[in-house]
Design a protein around this ligand. Structure first.
Ligand code: ADP
Ligand code: MG
Length: 345
């Protein structure tokens, strides 16, 4: 009997050692017009097909271009039954619009359609910009307690500044439901980390040089067992065109109708990716002074703004909220890297 027990122990122990050791699984696919990478620590590989098809289905809910989508129906003046998840994101978008005084505005569609960055972008006529600007104002939106949404006729929602973050949150919920605790999701600059890498160490997240692709100016180390954090960067280098020597990019200032010009790149850390995404767009428009002031007042939120400096010697400035997780030394190094790497227009 004893012998058998010993044998059982001998066989089951190595088996458990193999099965119980967590591996790091990685998958990258094109989704939401960007490369989405998911890294998961676990004892079994996630069902990638299921994960990415869920992401696509979720993204479709927030897509104002997709024929038949509830958002397109709403924009076209019909009153579709809105999915709860869409009402939730609309409410969050409205909250960020209010907090930012309209720097983030989900009714940006008339302006964003005019600039047409989805197809590379084009410089609109001034009169058209002024006309479209008058059809952008979150204060004209009404969402009642039942989730019925009202918008003036001819106006429209564009949730491009927050939807990718919402989809990342959805992927995170799916992974958690499947029993995973330690993972990282990166949807082209919208990043969410849960727990720790391999259950042991913080995740490293690079902050990209805004004028030198593939170069980093700093590294964030984030992660704690049982905790989820999102890090989102919005920059003028993501989607833009140059005309007459001037850069025109896809983050628009609703008050002017033109691309926002107070920031070059903004990184926001927040408890959810949708919130971080919306806030990064808002802070980008507000610029370092007002933007960082907004973030300082929000619990669990930190941020960093890179803006144009005041002289050719100081081409860039870097500012952060008081508890942004980079040391004074790391920030100095970031400023130095901004100056020394690339730096062309
Ligand atoms: P990305 O989608 O490249 O990560 P953002 O999260 O900053 O960048 O979102 C930019 C998108 O948000 C634009 O393509 C447009 O759809 C929308 N948008 C542009 N300006 C604003 C704004 N001021 N408020 C809300 N949404 C905006
Ligand atoms: Mg955004």
């Amino acid at each position: 009997m004893r012998k058998i027990n010993g044998l059982l122990l001998f066989f089951t122990l190595p088996l458990c050692l193999i099965a119980c050791r967590a591996s790091l699984y990685k998958e990258t696919r094109l989704s939401m017009s960007t490369l989405v990478t998911v890294l998961v620590s676990g004892t079994a590989e996630p069902d990638w097909q299921e994960l990415f098809s869920r992401a696509e289905n979720e993204a479709a809910v927030f897509d104002h271009r997709l024929p038949g989508s509830p958002l397109k129906e709403l924009n076209e003046g019909r009153s579709p039954e809105l999915p709860v998840k869409l009402i939730k994101v609309l409410r969050l978008a409205m909250e960020i619009a209010e907090k930012s005084g309209g720097a983030f505005d989900p009714t940006i569609l008339p302006l964003s359609s005019l600039w047409n960055f989805d197809s590379g972008g084009e410089l609109p006529d001034k009169e058209n910009i002024l006309a479209a600007r008058n059809m952008v104002d979150y204060r004209r939106v009404k969402i009642d307690a039942q989730g019925a949404v009202e918008l003036p006729p001819g106006w429209g929602f564009d949730l491009g500044g927050i939807a990718k973050g919402a989809v990342v949150d959805h992927i995170a919920d799916y992974l958690k439901k499947e029993g995973y605790e330690n993972f990282l999701i990166d949807a082209g600059g919208d990043i969410l980390v849960s727990g720790l890498k391999r259950g042991k160490e913080p995740w490293s997240i690079g902050i990209q040089h805004p004028r030198s692709k593939d170069k980093l100016i700093g590294l964030l180390h984030l992660g704690r067992a049982g905790e989820t954090r999102a890090v989102v960067t919005s920059g003028d280098y993501e989607r833009y065109f140059v005309y007459g020597g001037k850069r025109y990019h896809h983050i628009l200032d609703p008050s002017s109708g033109y691309p926002a010009d107070k920031s070059i790149a903004v990184t926001v850390i927040a408890p959810t990716c949708a919130r971080a995404d919306g806030l990064a767009t808002a802070v980008f428009v507000l610029g370092p002074d007002q933007g960082l002031e907004l973030l300082e007042g929000l619990p669990g939120v930190e941020g960093m703004v890179i803006a144009e400096g005041i002289s050719p010697l100081q081409k860039y400035l870097v500012r952060t909220t008081s508890a942004f997780p980079l040391t004074a030394e790391e920030l100095k190094l970031a400023a130095k890297r901004l100056r020394s790497l690339g730096g062309e227009g």
